[in-house]
Each structure stands twice: as structure tokens, then as C-alpha cells.
Design a protein around this ligand. Structure first.
Ligand SMILES: [Zn+2]
Length: 328
């Protein structure tokens, strides 16, 4: 009798504890950003002398999730659309992609993945493949000079089968870390997607850039600047686009999923966060860095690679700039 009662109470206690943890995981989290002193935004950079750079998000697929999955502490069950996109950059010195979206062959690559994977992260709606986007714009594979990969998670290299032969530029830190497991995970999914495309490494070994610890100036003219945004993966790399024909732009790779992650700041739901983040403390510090950067630079859109809302907003403003024929 005594044992039975003990087991019952034990069960109730564990159940309450489990419930408590589940509720806690939905609540906002404290970030050490309280010492932020309200300051005037920084002086915007004068971009008149930069080249004209065309930027287009090529949305290849999407998945709709409840907001608290993307934004821990969000008190709404409103659906949030997460995009799978590539970004096409037309620079006077090169035509290139930042990340690759999804290829027409993506299903054949995912068929041997676990059921859990296919029902969660791998459960997206294919909208328009990378190959189809390029064809629509009259771009041949051979017209692309290279691809810059923000990081080596499967969903950022999934368009590569559509652009076989195009050189891949990868942060050396990212590749070295991926060799320790990521490339081979899931029956070598990432390795198979990379295929035999040539790989060229870059290092963010240049000077600090607008508060970020180091940088790499891709063309040496200050227009395309790469900065490390580590934590999601070891070498997750952000990219600034500085141009004279439109607003400056800061692409974040997967340092955040949606803008609320750095505006509040807050992580994704911890269940997802812990599965997709390689270094928790570093990834949080990156969110804090982006939080401060966004406060100092309200004029620059900080766009994460899954943030469908900001990507659509950006493309709308690009179409407007093109329609009126000038940017002021
Ligand atoms: Zn991703």
C-alpha cells in the first residue's frame, strides 16, 4: 500500500514537473541585454560610391509552423511561414548565389532519411526549384561565377544538384567543423548534395566590421562583406550588401529564423533550438550582437534565410525601386 502510494505520488510529481518544464519552454527567456543604454542610431554609411548590385530572393519552398516554434515566448499560435530560399546577386564583377534553396531532385536525396526528419524539418512544400528560377531569368549554370554558402546544413546546400559544376565558396571554419560529423550525418546527405562541385575556401580574417569581430571583403571594394555569425554552426556566415542602387542589406544565414529572434531577442522553441544549434552560448551571443546591431541600424534590413515575411517585404521594395527607376 505504502509503495503504491509512493508510486502514485511519484507519478503525479513527475507529471507536474514535466508539465512545468513544457510550460517553461514556451515562456520568454532572459537575455543579458539590460545594460543596453539607449543611444542614437549610428550614422548611416554613405553608399553613393558603391557599385549597383541587384539582389533577388529566389523562394524555392516553405513550411508553415506555429509562431512559438520560431519565437520562444510568443503568445500567439499564429502561423509563421518559413522559407527555403537562395539569393541571386548581380554584382558588376560576378553573378553569384548566397545559399541555394531547393533543387528539383531534393526528394530523391531525402528518401532515405528518418521518418522523424521527414515529418519535421524535411516536411516542406516545394514551390519552385532553383533550376526553374534560373531558367525563368534566362540564367545558365555556366553564367553563375560561384555560390557563397552561409553554412553547411542540408537545407542550404539542397539546390546544388541543379547547378552542378558551379564553384562553392565555403568558410574554412565551417568546412573543418562539418568534417567532424555534419558531412556524413544522415547517410552522408550533405556530402551527397555538395557532390563534386569544386570547393573554394574563404577566411573571415580581415578587420572588424561595424562591431563584428572580423570580415572578408569579397571583391575588395567594400560592397560585399562577409562576417562570422557563429553558434548555429561553427562557421555560419553573414553577408552585407552595400550598393548605390538600393538599401544596404544584411543576410544572416541561420543566425536567426525570423526577425523577432534578434529584436526581442529570443531563441526558437528550445526543443528545435537544441537540435539545430551547434553551440548554444555562442549562438545566443550572436543573437545579442544582432540585437544591438539592429538597434543601431534601423535603416538596414537584417534578413534571415528562412524569414519569409522579411524576404517578401524586401522583394516588394526592390520592385518598387525598379518601377520608379531610382533609389534615394
Ligand atoms: Zn536552415
Amino acid at each position: 500500500m505504502k509503495v503504491k502510494r509512493l508510486v502514485t505520488w511519484g507519478g503525479i510529481t513527475l507529471g507536474a514537473l514535466g508539465m512545468g518544464l513544457a510550460i517553461k519552454s514556451l515562456l520568454p527567456q532572459r537575455f543579458l541585454t539590460d545594460d543596453w543604454v539607449e543611444r542614437k542610431p549610428s550614422q548611416p554609411l554613405d553608399t553613393a560610391s558603391f557599385p549597383e548590385v541587384e539582389v533577388s530572393f529566389l523562394r524555392c519552398g516553405s513550411i508553415t509552423i506555429p509562431e512559438p516554434i520560431a519565437v520562444r515566448g510568443a503568445f500567439t499560435l499564429a502561423p509563421r511561414v518559413m522559407a527555403h530560399s537562395a539569393v541571386l546577386i548581380g554584382h558588376p564583377k560576378a553573378l553569384f548565389l548566397y545559399d541555394t534553396g531547393l533543387s528539383s531532385e531534393i526528394d530523391t536525396y531525402l528518401v532515405d532519411q528518418s521518418l522523424f526528419f521527414r515529418k519535421t524539418l524535411g516536411h516542406f512544400q516545394l514551390e519552385q526549384t532553383l533550376g526553374s528560377h534560373l531558367k525563368e531569368r534566362g540564367i545558365e549554370r555556366s553564367d553563375l561565377d560561384f555560390v557563397l554558402l552561409s553554412h553547411l546544413h542540408w537545407d542550404h546546400v539542397s539546390g546544388i544538384p541543379d547547378i552542378r559544376g558551379v564553384p562553392l565558396r565555403i568558410n574554412r571554419v565551417e568546412y573543418e567543423a562539418a568534417k567532424l560529423g555534419l558531412l556524413d550525418a544522415g547517410n552522408g546527405l550533405v556530402q551527397r548534395l555538395l557532390g563534386d562541385n569544386p570547393i573554394e575556401f574563404f577566411d573571415c580574417a580581415g578587420p572588424t566590421y561595424e562591431g563584428f569581430r572580423s570580415s572578408f571583403d569579397v571583391f575588395g571594394d567594400g560592397s560585399i562583406i562577409l562576417v562570422p555569425l557563429p553558434g548555429h554552426t561553427a562557421g555560419n556566415t553573414g553577408m552585407f550588401v552595400n550598393r548605390s542602387n538600393g538599401p544596404r542589406l544584411f543576410l544572416l544565414g541561420d543566425a536567426a529564423w525570423v526577425s523577432q529572434n534578434y529584436l526581442r531577442p529570443t531563441t526558437m522553441h528550445p526543443f528545435i533550438w537544441s537540435r539545430v544549434t551547434s553551440d548554444d552560448a555562442t549562438a545566443r551571443q550572436t543573437l545579442i550582437d544582432l540585437h544591438y546591431y539592429a538597434l543601431r541600424h534601423p535603416e538596414i534590413p537584417l534578413i534571415a534565410m528562412h524569414d519569409a515575411e522579411l524576404q517578401e517585404k524586401f522583394m516588394k521594395s526592390e520592385r518598387h525601386i525598379q518601377a520608379v527607376g531610382r533609389y534615394t
